[in-house]
Design a protein. Structure first.
Length: 227
């Protein structure tokens, strides 16, 4: 969304996107979240809960990490592996550099990096904001914030599943443009499902989607910048 076809960041679009997202989130917290949550939670069904497991951050990272190891081993068998320094001694830095050279532009690495970076940012924001999850609204009719809390119940914003899913699927769509309509549709469905199952407020999903999209764009920009 914020990356041109020749891999240039649309800085002005990114700034405007962040500004508009901030306004939407503010308006949502003030007025729109509750009615939208009540509406979407009425569509809860068992199928949505499957997404809890399929699109979990850990699943994204483990699957792509396994693929990366396979890619590295395959390329190492073809061209050898570098792990010795100039003194012919084992060097972790040399091994890491060789690993990065072999996988840096691989699809699995780009998706892994997008999901990881987006998820780290999301977790930091979750703790800093400390937003009450909808469970408090359902049980007690209250909403609010408890900044810098590490407890799950106060880590609603942004949605971790949505952040990781948008980061991974938006990257996949950029790498394979033919499937972009599918990846975007699936990412949006996953985001809506987080509200439907009562795990997040709508603006939690919106913020998570924005973080995921930006992470995908930035990772792709950095990965191909030096090529």
């Amino acid at each position: 969304m914020f990356l041109t076809e020749n891999n240039k960041l649309k800085t002005k679009w990114l700034v405007w996107g962040a500004f508009i997202t901030a306004i939407i989130v503010a308006l949502g917290i003030a007025w729109l979240d509750k009615p939208l949550y009540v509406l979407l939670s009425g569509f809860d069904c068992s199928a949505w809960h499957v997404f809890d497991y399929i699109f979990d951050v850990k699943v994204w990272l483990v699957l792509t990490a396994v693929l990366l190891i396979v890619v590295f081993v395959k390329k190492s068998l073809e061209s050898g592996i570098k792990y010795k320094n100039t003194k012919s001694r084992f060097s972790l830095s040399v091994l890491v550099k060789d690993f990065m050279n072999k996988v840096r532009t691989n699809y699995a690495f780009l998706i892994f990096s997008s999901v990881l970076s987006a998820s780290i940012v999301a977790e930091i924001i979750k703790v800093c904001i400390g937003r009450f999850r909808p469970i408090f609204f359902e049980a007690l009719g209250i909403t609010g914030f408890r900044p810098f809390s590490m407890e799950w119940a106060f880590n609603s914003m942004p949605s971790g599943h949505t952040t990781a899913t948008f980061a991974g699927l938006v990257m996949a769509g950029m790498l394979a443009p033919k499937i972009k309509p599918i990846t975007w549709t699936l990412a949006i469905i996953v985001g809506l499902s987080r509200v439907a199952v009562g795990a997040h407020w709508p603006t939690d999903v919106i913020l998570g989607a924005f973080i995921g999209m930006v992470a995908a764009d930035v990772v792709k920009y950095l990965a191909f910048k030096r090529k």
